[in-house]
Design a protein around this ligand. Structure first.
Ligand code: ARG
Length: 362
């Protein structure tokens, strides 16, 4: 190995143990070329009935160009906010999501590279590529490969679970929603490990995960075994009719401060008993605003730049007040058109590095 290829002596450029230590470097997604994926039952399961109808009608088509332009502009403002706070921001290069690809038994086109949080799970110096259950996200990691290689060369660990095959057996044949009031019925089976990184949320040595329409039990078990004895992966039972991604349900914001969805957390896990728990304020997103793949509770999908500094949606007064009443500075940034694509500040990012060490908060 030549000298320049050796890992930097200062250690890994990837290092983050929780959601709140001071943010040093972050990946922010892009909405360019976003496409509705081909229609299948697995894509529909985490969506509301109205959203399913739109996905079915527009399958394979690009998202509306004007909405892409507005969301792109908001992302650029978000990047400026982060850079203004001294955070180093990295972005993927645009790709063509209309291209067809496949594997034995299936073909698909892509979705977007808007939500690095869905794909990349950073735990300590390890950056893990999630084995995503949606065929339209099978090559999601490609967008970030240049960065992943760079981080690896500089000393990060880089992991990828067994590449899922995503055959028909992974999806429940003839799946339908659970009857009202019953626990959710996953659309995926236990055929092979699949998970989205956004079904995990980190509090140092304790990591919380939910099973969802994209994360199965064997997927959570893969993460648990991969991380080993230094970490405890807790599976939490939430009450979400269409679960996909934990970060609009259970958001640890700082040591001792947990933000929860008012209905989806029927019982706060016992381990949080010494934490102050607050309910997210009602979303202020108006009914007419397009939200293709998220509920309005995306308002609670905030990003912590430090344990006393939160990025909040510019029009979200109630969330700003909540932050301030909890001793946090609220930094406003317009993001409603990004919300249209299914996420907010937490989804749109993947922490690369936060100052801090591995600790227990319970
Ligand atoms: N499923 C959540 C909701 O509809 C949205 C979660 C978005 N999170 C993400 N990482 N993309 O409220």
């Amino acid at each position: 190995m030549r000298e320049s290829e050796l890992p930097a002596e200062s250690g890994s450029p990837v290092r983050a143990y929780n959601e709140w230590d001071p943010l040093e470097e972050v990946i922010v997604g892009i909405v360019d070329n976003a496409h509705f994926p081909p229609w299948d039952v697995a894509t529909g399961a985490p969506l509301s009935p109205q959203q399913r109808a739109v996905f079915r009608d527009r399958a394979g088509q690009p998202f509306p160009a004007d909405e892409i332009a507005r969301a792109r502009d908001e992302l650029d403002q978000f990047v400026a906010v982060l850079e203004g706070e001294g955070v180093k921001v990295r972005r993927p290069e645009p790709r063509d999501h209309g291209q067809t690809y496949g594997a034995p038994g299936w073909t698909s086109t892509g979705l977007y590279d808007a939500m690095p949080r869905d794909l990349l799970l950073v735990v300590g110096d390890d950056i893990i590529e999630a084995p995503m259950a949606w065929r339209s996200r099978h090559h999601a990691a490609s967008a970030y490969r240049p960065l992943l290689k760079e981080y690896f060369r500089q000393g990060a660990r880089w992991s990828s679970p067994p590449k899922p095959e995503l055959p028909d057996e992974l999806y429940v044949d003839g799946w339908t929603d659970q009857p009202d009031g019953e626990p959710f019925r996953p659309v995926i089976t236990e055929f092979e490990p699949t998970f989205d990184a956004a079904d995990f949320i980190r509090c140092g040595r304790d990591i919380f995960a939910q099973r969802s329409h994209v994360t199965n039990a064997i997927g959570i078990e893969w993460v648990r075994r991969h991380l080993g004895d230094e970490y405890t992966v807790h599976e939490v039972q939430l009450d979400d009719d269409h679960p996909m991604h934990i970060d609009a349900s259970l958001m640890p914001l700082a040591p001792g401060k947990l933000l929860i969805h008012p209905d989806r957390v029927p019982e706060v896990p016992e381990i949080f008993k010494d934490w102050e728990v607050r309910t997210a304020p009602r979303p202020v997103i108006p009914d007419g605003h397009p939200l293709y793949m998220t509920s309005k509770w995306i308002n609670m999908n905030v990003l912590m730049i430090a344990e006393d500094k939160m990025v909040v949606e510019a029009q979200d007064e109630p969330m700003r007040r909540l932050a301030e009443s909890w001793g946090m500075q609220a930094i406003p940034c317009p993001f409603r058109w990004f919300n249209t694509f299914g996420g907010s500040f937490h989804c749109a990012t993947a922490d690369v590095r936060r100052t801090g060490t591995l600790q227990s908060y319970f």
